[in-house]
Design a protein around this ligand. Structure first.
Ligand code: SF4
Length: 589
């Protein structure tokens, strides 16, 4: 292992102190990324820590392949989630991983909370605590990034992770943004930063030489991975259309959640498709550092200034399948530009797009059904009315009344207060991703360690099963858990999941050799199980209770490509998982 990876930087925001510990032990045993972050979380975050209190920590970690191989481009963030009260984990690309690695750290642990807003500047030799009072309250997280960028050196190997107003106002699903177009989304990292009065984390890498044991083998290995990445037909698709390529196939399958999942097929899907947006709005594609794929798609359009005829600003907004589902089909919006405008507002305020869309969809139906009135919603929430949704998004951040305060705490909380739990689409407290593909997707949302479709890829498993009989629930759970275990290895290397078919156990093992590190395929698989068991034991420690999981009735009402879901099948799967996870924790943890 190189001498940089094992360095862990600790930052105490309360006392404005920092120090570095050499933690070869952690990286030797747990490799890096999520494996190491899980151990650090166990060490520093006490069981009863308040997610918005100083005892919660933000742990950022990268892995051994960063700087060596293509697509090892992610940074893993681990924290206690203010949305669920238990395990919080989020992954982000951009330049975050390369900056942290070249700043000479394998991980950063930030604890405490500042008395005044600050931003951190992290370099190889020191941490500077900068006054951020002038940045606090700024309307756009994008502008915040620009201002910090002007004030610090290091373009190219630099990342600026910052929050918008949503994080400052503690919206429980606020995200953190890096490099303008990438996000630490879902479980509320933005709110944790906001509670710590931490406006941004700038990390500046410097030119360090990463050692190689066998230079010739390393070059061969590098070329092999690079070639696999650029020649893969799937990667070509990611480059051409990005994940937005999924809109039409999912619509065709009747698996695209529409109007709060009252339906799974949207009549306006064509105009929200990757193909249509690319033809009409695609301005450019960008890549995370050290990635030849460049799957990040940016829509560009002109926006007139109010009261200034013939004066326009150019707006750039990243788009993906998930925000299209959440802020498009879920809200019945088929006006492409209207959806992009809504996306842009969600983005600059620093909200998680999926959660925001699902929360608004529930609120729209709650208004329709008379559970709340326009007195609470202030604006008329109605399917397709993107202008009013933009206003509502601003209210979620500003929280002018109790209703919007509730929406800022997520759909689980809002429905517990106002009713409508049957159609409140949260699983384990987290708003649902955009796949109504069948039972595997829902088992995944309910039981995945972060309730993300990326945990177990249940949506993909469902699609492979179309036209075949479903396996017994026990077998389905076994397969999904095996997938989640393997993904712990990828997330410890911090390899992008889009490259999961390239980075097989055999290839990873081979790629370690020229770096002078040995991991056999079997050791890798075992590592995945150990991390998973450790992580889940912490999730349970922090209060996650499988017996208290709520399953919204709505998912049984709308047909999936496998027909109507069976409650009995899902309950059997949950019961089996409960026994399985206990056994796994006692074996591997
Ligand atoms: S495929 Fe996309 S998300 Fe993955 S590393 Fe490349 S640019 Fe980033």
């Amino acid at each position: 292992m190189d001498k940089y990876l094992r360095r862990v930087l600790f930052v105490d925001l309360t006392r404005k102190r920092f120090w570095v510990e050499e933690r070869e032990d952690l990286f030797e045993e747990w490799m890096g990324g999520v494996g190491v972050a899980t151990q650090l979380y166990r060490e520093v975050v006490p069981k009863d820590a308040d997610p918005l209190g100083p005892e919660n920590a933000i742990i950022l970690a990268v892995g051994p392949f960063v700087g060596y191989y293509p697509m090892a481009s992610k940074t893993v963030a681990v924290f206690k989630s203010p949305l669920t009260g238990n395990w919080g984990e989020s992954h982000c690309g951009g330049r975050s991983a390369i900056a942290l690695r070249f700043a000479g750290y394998g991980a950063v642990v930030i604890t405490g909370s500042s008395d005044v807003p600050v931003y951190l500047v992290i370099t190889r030799r020191r941490v500077i605590f900068k006054d951020a009072r002038a940045l606090w309250g700024m309307s756009s997280a994008i502008t915040v990034g620009r201002i910090i960028r002007e004030n610090i050196p290091g373009a190219g190997l630099r990342t600026i992770i910052r929050i918008g107003k949503a994080g400052e106002r503690l919206v429980r699903y606020a995200c953190a943004i890096t490099e303008t177009y990438r996000h630490f989304g879902r479980l509320g990292l933005g709110a944790v930063m906001g509670a710590k009065k931490l406006k941004a984390i700038a990390i500046i890498g410097s030119r360090i030489k990463l050692p190689v044991k066998d230079a010739r083998k390393y070059r061969e290995m590098y070329d092999k991975i690079f070639k696999l990445a650029i020649e893969s037909p799937l990667m070509k698709k990611y480059h051409e259309l990005g994940t937005a390529m999924n809109v039409l196939p999912l619509n065709e399958l009747r698996a695209l959640p529409t109007r709060n999942l009252k339906a799974a097929q949207f009549e306006g899907a064509e105009k929200l498709s990757g193909e249509f947006i690319a033809q009409n709005y695609l301005g450019r594609r960008v890549a995370c550092s050290h990635c030849p794929v460049a799957c990040i798609h940016i829509a560009v359009w002109r926006e007139p200034y109010e009261e200034e005829p013939y004066f326009y600003k150019t707006v750039h907004t990243p788009y993906d399948y998930e925000p299209i589902y959440a802020l498009g089909t879920m809200l019945g919006i088929s006006d492409t530009l209207g959806m992009l405008r809504l996306m842009s507002v969600v983005d600059v305020l620093g909200l998680d797009a999926i959660s925001t869309g699902v929360v608004l969809a529930w609120a729209t139906e709650a208004l329709e059904k008379g559970l709340v009135s326009e007195k609470e919603t202030i604006v008329k929430l109605e399917w397709g009315n993107w202008q009013n949704y933009i206003e509502a998004v601003r209210y979620i951040v500003e929280q002018p009344n109790e209703f919007y305060e509730a929406l800022a705490r997520g759909v689980e909380f809002a429905a517990s207060k106002y009713g409508g739990q049957d159609f409140a689409l949260a699983f384990g407290g987290v708003e649902m991703p955009g796949y109504h593909t069948g039972p595997a997707a829902y088992i995944n949302y309910l039981l995945g360690s972060r309730h993300s479709h990326l945990d177990m890829a249940g949506y993909s498993y469902d699609q492979k099963l179309i036209g075949k009989p479903l396996p017994p629930p026990e077998k389905m759970v076994d397969n999904l858990v095996e997938e989640e275990c393997w993904r712990q290895v990828l997330s410890s290397l911090v390899v992008c999941f889009f490259a999961r078919r390239i980075y097989t156990p055999e290839l990873i093992s081979e790629a370690f050799e020229p770096l002078g590190w040995t991991w056999t395929p079997e050791e890798l698989r075992n590592l995945g199980r150990r991390i998973y068991a450790k992580k889940y034991s912490l999730k349970l420690r922090d209060g996650f209770d499988i017996d208290r999981l709520r399953i919204p009735k709505r998912i049984f009402e709308t047909e999936t490509p496998h027909g109507k879901l069976s409650g009995k099948y899902l309950r059997k799967a949950l019961e089996y998982f409960k026994r399985k996870i206990v056994a796994m924790i006692s074996t591997y943890s």
